[in-house]
Design a binder for this molecule. Structure first.
Ligand code: FES
Length: 159
Protein backbone atom coordinates (compact mmCIF):
# COMPACT_ATOMS: atom_id res chain seq x y z
CA UNK A 1 0.00 0.00 0.00
CA UNK A 2 1.43 3.42 -0.87
CA UNK A 3 0.72 6.52 1.11
CA UNK A 4 1.21 9.64 -0.93
CA UNK A 5 2.47 12.45 1.16
CA UNK A 6 0.85 15.87 0.80
CA UNK A 7 1.99 19.02 2.51
CA UNK A 8 -0.69 21.23 3.98
CA UNK A 9 -0.06 24.96 4.44
CA UNK A 10 -0.39 24.50 8.19
CA UNK A 11 2.23 21.76 8.27
CA UNK A 12 4.66 23.80 6.27
CA UNK A 13 4.18 26.93 8.37
CA UNK A 14 4.64 24.89 11.57
CA UNK A 15 7.80 23.25 10.28
CA UNK A 16 9.23 26.54 9.00
CA UNK A 17 8.70 28.03 12.46
CA UNK A 18 10.61 25.14 14.06
CA UNK A 19 13.45 25.48 11.56
CA UNK A 20 13.76 29.23 12.14
CA UNK A 21 13.57 28.88 15.93
CA UNK A 22 16.38 26.32 15.96
CA UNK A 23 18.62 27.53 13.18
CA UNK A 24 22.22 27.71 14.38
CA UNK A 25 21.47 25.83 17.62
CA UNK A 26 23.39 22.71 18.61
CA UNK A 27 21.67 19.53 17.48
CA UNK A 28 19.41 21.51 15.19
CA UNK A 29 18.95 18.65 12.75
CA UNK A 30 17.71 16.16 15.34
CA UNK A 31 15.42 18.74 16.92
CA UNK A 32 13.93 19.68 13.57
CA UNK A 33 13.45 16.05 12.53
CA UNK A 34 11.76 15.24 15.85
CA UNK A 35 9.40 18.18 15.47
CA UNK A 36 8.75 17.32 11.83
CA UNK A 37 7.71 13.83 12.93
CA UNK A 38 5.47 15.32 15.62
CA UNK A 39 3.82 17.64 13.11
CA UNK A 40 3.45 15.12 10.29
CA UNK A 41 3.02 11.92 12.30
CA UNK A 42 6.05 10.37 10.56
CA UNK A 43 9.02 11.42 8.48
CA UNK A 44 8.24 11.29 4.77
CA UNK A 45 11.11 11.61 2.31
CA UNK A 46 9.68 14.95 1.14
CA UNK A 47 10.01 16.38 4.65
CA UNK A 48 13.62 15.24 4.96
CA UNK A 49 14.43 16.81 1.58
CA UNK A 50 12.73 20.01 2.67
CA UNK A 51 14.68 20.13 5.94
CA UNK A 52 17.95 19.48 4.10
CA UNK A 53 17.20 22.31 1.71
CA UNK A 54 16.20 24.77 4.43
CA UNK A 55 19.16 23.99 6.67
CA UNK A 56 21.53 23.80 3.69
CA UNK A 57 22.66 20.31 4.66
CA UNK A 58 23.24 17.48 2.19
CA UNK A 59 20.18 15.24 1.81
CA UNK A 60 22.41 12.21 2.38
CA UNK A 61 23.37 13.59 5.79
CA UNK A 62 19.75 14.13 6.78
CA UNK A 63 18.76 10.60 5.65
CA UNK A 64 21.81 9.19 7.43
CA UNK A 65 20.94 10.85 10.73
CA UNK A 66 17.26 9.95 10.48
CA UNK A 67 17.92 6.27 9.75
CA UNK A 68 20.45 6.06 12.59
CA UNK A 69 17.84 6.83 15.24
CA UNK A 70 15.12 4.26 15.92
CA UNK A 71 12.72 6.99 17.04
CA UNK A 72 12.05 8.03 13.46
CA UNK A 73 9.37 6.34 11.43
CA UNK A 74 9.38 6.61 7.63
CA UNK A 75 5.95 5.15 7.17
CA UNK A 76 2.73 6.75 8.40
CA UNK A 77 1.57 5.51 11.80
CA UNK A 78 -1.98 4.97 12.92
CA UNK A 79 -3.63 6.91 15.73
CA UNK A 80 -3.58 3.64 17.68
CA UNK A 81 -0.91 1.00 17.87
CA UNK A 82 -2.09 -2.58 18.16
CA UNK A 83 0.65 -4.96 19.28
CA UNK A 84 -0.35 -8.58 18.93
CA UNK A 85 1.78 -10.93 20.99
CA UNK A 86 3.04 -13.97 19.09
CA UNK A 87 5.36 -15.25 21.82
CA UNK A 88 5.08 -18.95 22.67
CA UNK A 89 2.55 -18.68 25.50
CA UNK A 90 0.26 -16.44 23.47
CA UNK A 91 0.74 -18.39 20.27
CA UNK A 92 -0.33 -21.72 21.79
CA UNK A 93 -3.39 -20.08 23.34
CA UNK A 94 -4.65 -18.64 20.08
CA UNK A 95 -2.56 -15.49 19.63
CA UNK A 96 -2.18 -16.39 15.96
CA UNK A 97 -5.96 -16.39 15.51
CA UNK A 98 -6.20 -13.00 17.22
CA UNK A 99 -3.66 -11.52 14.84
CA UNK A 100 -5.34 -13.11 11.84
CA UNK A 101 -8.71 -11.71 12.93
CA UNK A 102 -7.31 -8.21 13.36
CA UNK A 103 -5.55 -8.21 10.01
CA UNK A 104 -8.62 -9.56 8.25
CA UNK A 105 -10.89 -7.04 9.95
CA UNK A 106 -8.62 -4.10 9.12
CA UNK A 107 -7.60 -5.45 5.69
CA UNK A 108 -3.87 -4.91 6.19
CA UNK A 109 -0.71 -6.94 6.71
CA UNK A 110 1.27 -7.06 9.96
CA UNK A 111 3.47 -3.97 10.22
CA UNK A 112 1.06 -1.86 8.18
CA UNK A 113 -1.21 1.05 8.91
CA UNK A 114 -4.82 1.26 7.83
CA UNK A 115 -5.61 3.69 5.05
CA UNK A 116 -7.70 5.82 7.44
CA UNK A 117 -4.74 5.87 9.88
CA UNK A 118 -6.87 4.36 12.64
CA UNK A 119 -4.46 1.51 13.46
CA UNK A 120 -0.91 0.38 12.99
CA UNK A 121 -0.73 -3.36 13.72
CA UNK A 122 2.49 -5.05 14.74
CA UNK A 123 3.32 -8.55 15.75
CA UNK A 124 5.61 -8.73 18.81
CA UNK A 125 7.26 -11.52 20.80
CA UNK A 126 6.32 -11.67 24.47
CA UNK A 127 5.02 -8.56 26.13
CA UNK A 128 5.70 -9.94 29.59
CA UNK A 129 2.24 -11.08 30.63
CA UNK A 130 2.27 -14.72 29.56
CA UNK A 131 -0.18 -15.75 32.31
CA UNK A 132 -2.75 -13.52 30.58
CA UNK A 133 -2.26 -15.13 27.17
CA UNK A 134 -3.28 -14.47 24.54
CA UNK A 135 -2.58 -10.80 25.16
CA UNK A 136 -2.30 -7.64 23.09
CA UNK A 137 -1.36 -4.06 23.84
CA UNK A 138 -3.41 -1.28 22.32
CA UNK A 139 -1.64 2.04 22.80
CA UNK A 140 -0.48 1.62 26.42
CA UNK A 141 -3.15 -0.75 27.64
CA UNK A 142 -2.83 -4.53 27.97
CA UNK A 143 -5.85 -6.62 26.98
CA UNK A 144 -5.78 -10.17 28.26
CA UNK A 145 -7.22 -13.59 27.50
CA UNK A 146 -8.63 -12.50 24.19
CA UNK A 147 -10.77 -14.44 21.77
CA UNK A 148 -11.38 -13.48 18.14
CA UNK A 149 -14.86 -12.23 19.15
CA UNK A 150 -13.51 -10.11 22.02
CA UNK A 151 -10.87 -8.76 19.66
CA UNK A 152 -13.50 -7.53 17.25
CA UNK A 153 -15.27 -5.70 20.08
CA UNK A 154 -11.96 -4.29 21.23
CA UNK A 155 -11.15 -2.85 17.81
CA UNK A 156 -14.56 -1.20 17.68
CA UNK A 157 -13.75 0.76 20.84
CA UNK A 158 -11.08 2.78 19.06
CA UNK A 159 -11.94 5.62 16.73
S1 FES B 1 4.15 -14.85 25.11
FE1 FES B 1 2.64 -13.34 25.01
S2 FES B 1 2.95 -12.27 26.82
FE2 FES B 1 4.52 -13.71 26.87
Amino acid sequence: MTHDFQWTDENKVALDAVIEANRGERGVLITVLQKAQEILGYLPREAMEYVADKLRIAQSEVFGVATFYAQFSFKPRGRHTFLSCQGTACHVRGGDKILKEVLRDLKIEAGDTTEDRRFTVESVYCIGCCSLAPAVIVDDEVHAKLTPKKTKDLLNRYE
